[in-house]
Design a protein around this ligand. Structure first.
Ligand code: GLC
Length: 716
């Protein structure tokens, strides 16, 4: 409890700046008008494209600064404003958080807010105006190389976490950049592929996190995705950007293209791209005036083909965000690499690691297991600089092995053997494996640390890589002989715990019944070793819940069994429509290994007393949750809506509320969620509107999508 208290106090310590009052916003608009009137066309155009790798232009004559951007979603990226492959500085270390999917597995919106505040504070300290995160693209296939960076398969969970993360970043006077708008759910051919997706699937699955980021998160910037959607490039998509994002959602900020995502000058000018980034980095010394929205934009205006007001609107949006942040006069100072920041990174890992299986072996009793063998290259592999643009130069990174050594009792003897290691050709080393099996036969307990890695050679993007930008996995099979090694080790030592690192699941069916415990540790960040060890030795009770369904093989996922992945001839059909993740597995009754929302604890909880009432247009659902076990812990109470007797094709149930509750032994808490009309509506393609179908709706409450304990219906 003490630890939580410390973090709570810390949370208040990192107080937020007040949001900008309306009077100021109105005054800003007047300022913007007068500034635009003073600017030449050339000065305006200079502001709407990059002037270096991560900056867009300013107007020094008018004291308008450049906009300074930096990746990424789980830490401020190393300085590389002119060179995209390596840092130009030595001391550009930052706090390396667990990646997005681990944050999602915490189901803890207040922690998402704290992570956002740290990222905003560190970006500020590094002189950044925009941090290019959160990544909120839906996990449609487990093979997507960037799932590690994103959040979940569910639009509601994505939305709730994104809103809090954005508010956290922006209360530090830095802009968040929710990305990638929209339907960027694969890496193969990401800059060419045309996503063919229904309007209903867009509205119900792929757009909600962006809608919430704008409407509730007040996000300052949005990043346009590389791919096309229904025939047009997302970053300059007349319907998605102008009509949906800006008109319908009311987005008043900046649409920044992904780096080199702009493919057409006039479309970019007319279809809502406000800043063009990264177009011409192929040259050693990029010519920023050769960008689509640079010299050619000036020509288009001078020739009368494009009205200068189009440029003015882009500049207006840029100045609006500058006046809300770097030119607002607030003197928020940033901090970086502080102990408090590292504590929050550890907390995200401790709350995000998911205990999938535990047959009376965890937490480890030191007196029972004196000799512990740690096996696997992932126990010593440092991940922070991997994965692509989201790389972070961590001030330090506690490996799994270091964490276990630090946390295990003095009397415990910890040994390590590599067992397997990453190879360019995915081959495995028989001698390494044999050595590990021999060592395992002599240990009291084995902790096998395997799973995925980002890229084999951290200095090279791509190559033999798995959780990596620009690449997708080919399947979910463990590589480098890990599967056989797990089987062989567990044959000689039944006390074998498997820890998986990575951005998605692996095939487990062939070995999971041979081991008594399995944990999913994702990429747990710079304090990941301590977080995992605290869970293994019982200092922390695990509370993570899966943000994506774990099925046996990738072929069972709807993106492969119904839809296409990664598509062919640069076209990918989302035939599965709205049936993504648990929506599909429920509807088709497909058995999964571990369902969405699943995660075990060292204690037990009981839900009771569900009450569902209508309050105006809202439905209020409340219940009690009791810690009925022998130690403190946290439960994620999940509220699903199931339409009964609907005449529309709808999912069996959809997540529409959740709350993470920390309880001492025997403690009881009330949980209450308020669901608005949208929680019960579906998107009707005929009327092009969200529609409430009059029927009975069952509120289903449980601690995973497959474990519903309470139900109550309400007619709407
Ligand atoms: C990359 C990524 C994007 C990142 C940007 C800048 O290609 O798609 O997420 O923010 O370029 O590095």
């Amino acid at each position: 409890m003490r630890k939580y208290l410390a973090i709570t106090i810390l949370g208040t310590l990192m107080a937020c700046a007040a949001t900008t009052p309306k009077t100021t916003l109105d005054a800003n608009e007047a300022k913007i008008d007068s500034l635009i009137r003073l600017m030449t066309l050339e000065e305006k155009v200079h502001m709407i494209h990059a002037c270096s790798n991560f900056n867009s232009g300013g107007v020094s004559r008018l004291n308008i600064p450049e906009l300074v951007m930096s990746d990424g979603p789980h830490g401020v990226r190393p300085e590389q404003n002119t060179n995209a492959t390596k840092s130009e500085k030595e001391n550009d270390y930052a706090t390396y958080f667990p990646t997005g999917i681990c944050l999602a597995a915490t189901w803890d919106t207040s922690l998402a807010h704290q992570m956002g505040m740290v990222l905003g504070s560190e970006a500020k300290a590094r002189g950044k105006d925009i941090i290019l995160g959160p990544g909120v693209n839906i996990i449609r296939s487990p093979l997507n190389g960037r799932n590690f960076e994103y959040l979940s398969e569910d639009p509601f969970l994505n939305s709730e976490l994104a809103v809090k993360y954005i508010q956290g970043v922006q209360c530090k006077g830095v802009s968040a950049c929710v990305k990638h708008f929209a339907a960027n759910n694969q890496e193969v051919n990401r800059d060419k592929v045309d996503v063919i997706v229904s309007e209903r699937a867009l509205r119900e699955i792929y757009l909600p996190a962006f809608e919430a980021s704008v409407k509730r998160g007040d996000v300052n910037t949005v990043m346009g995705a590389y791919n096309k959607v229904n025939g047009q490039y997302a970053t300059h998509h007349a319907y998605l950007v102008n009509k949906v994002l800006k008109d319908e959602f009311g987005f008043k900020g900046i649409l920044i293209s992904d780096w080199s995502a702009v493919k057409h000058a006039k479309e970019a000018l007319l279809n809502g791209t406000d800043i063009e980034m990264g177009t011409d980095l192929s040259q050693k010394k990029p010519d920023y005036n050769a960008f689509y929205m640079a010299d050619s934009a000036i020509q288009f205006v001078k020739s009368g083909e494009v009205d200068e007001k189009v440029i003015d609107e882009k500049v207006r949006r840029i100045l609006r965000i500058m006046l809300k942040t770097k030119l607002s006069g607030n003197n928020i100072q940033g901090e970086i690499n502080t102990k408090e920041h590292q504590q929050i990174a550890r907390k995200v890992a401790e709350e995000g690691i998911v205990l999938l299986k535990n047959e009376n072996i965890l937490p480890i009793e030191s007196k029972k297991y004196r000799k512990i063998l740690v096996v696997g290259n992932n126990a010593v592999y440092k991940q922070s600089m991997g994965g692509g643009s989201s790389q972070v130069k961590a001030l330090y990174e506690v490996t799994i092995l270091e964490g276990i050594k630090d946390v295990a009792g003095q009397a415990t003897q910890i040994e390590f053997v590599e067992g397997y290691k990453p190879t360019k050709d995915l081959s495995f080393d028989k001698a390494l494996a044999q050595n590990a099996v021999n060592a395992a036969s002599k240990a009291d307990l084995v902790i096998f640390v395997g799973g995925w890695i980002h890229n084999f050679d951290m200095s090279v993007w791509g190559g033999t890589a798995f959780d990596m930008e620009g690449q997708d996995k080919s399947d979910l099979k463990l590589k480098y002989g890990q599967e056989d090694l797990i089987k062989q080790i567990s044959e000689v030592n039944p006390h074998t715990i498997v820890v998986l690192i990575g951005g998605s699941n692996v095939e487990m069916k062939s070995w999971i019944n041979q081991v008594p415990a399995v944990l999913m540790a994702w990429y747990p960040g710079m304090e990941g070793g301590h977080a995992l060890a605290n869970i293994l030795f019982g200092n922390i009770n695990p509370s993570g819940k899966l943000p994506m369904t774990f099925a046996d093989t990738h072929l069972l996922y709807p993106s492969h069994s119904v839809g296409e992945f990664p598509g062919k001839d640069n076209v990918v059909h989302y035939n599965e429509g709205i049936y993504v993740g648990y929506r599909y597995f429920d509807k088709q009754n497909v058995e999964t290994l571990f369902p969405f929302g699943f995660g075990l604890s060292y204690t037990t909880f009981k839900l009771s007393d569900l009450k569902v009432t209508k309050e105006g247009e809202n439905v209020v659902a409340q219940c009690k949750v009791q810690n009925t076990g022998s130690r403190e812990g946290a439960e994620v109470v999940q509220f699903y809506v199931a339409s009964k007797g609907s005449s529309i094709d709808r999912p069996v149930k959809e997540l529409k509320g959740f709350q993470k509750v920390f309880l001492k032994q025997n403690e009881i808490a009330n949980v209450k969620v308020v669901m608005d009309k949208r929680a019960f509506e579906y998107y009707d393609e005929q009327s092009k509107s969200w529609t409430l179908e009059p029927c009975s709706y069952e509120i289903q409450v449980g601690n995973s999508s497959q474990n519903i304990e309470l139900k109550q219906s309400i007619k709407l």
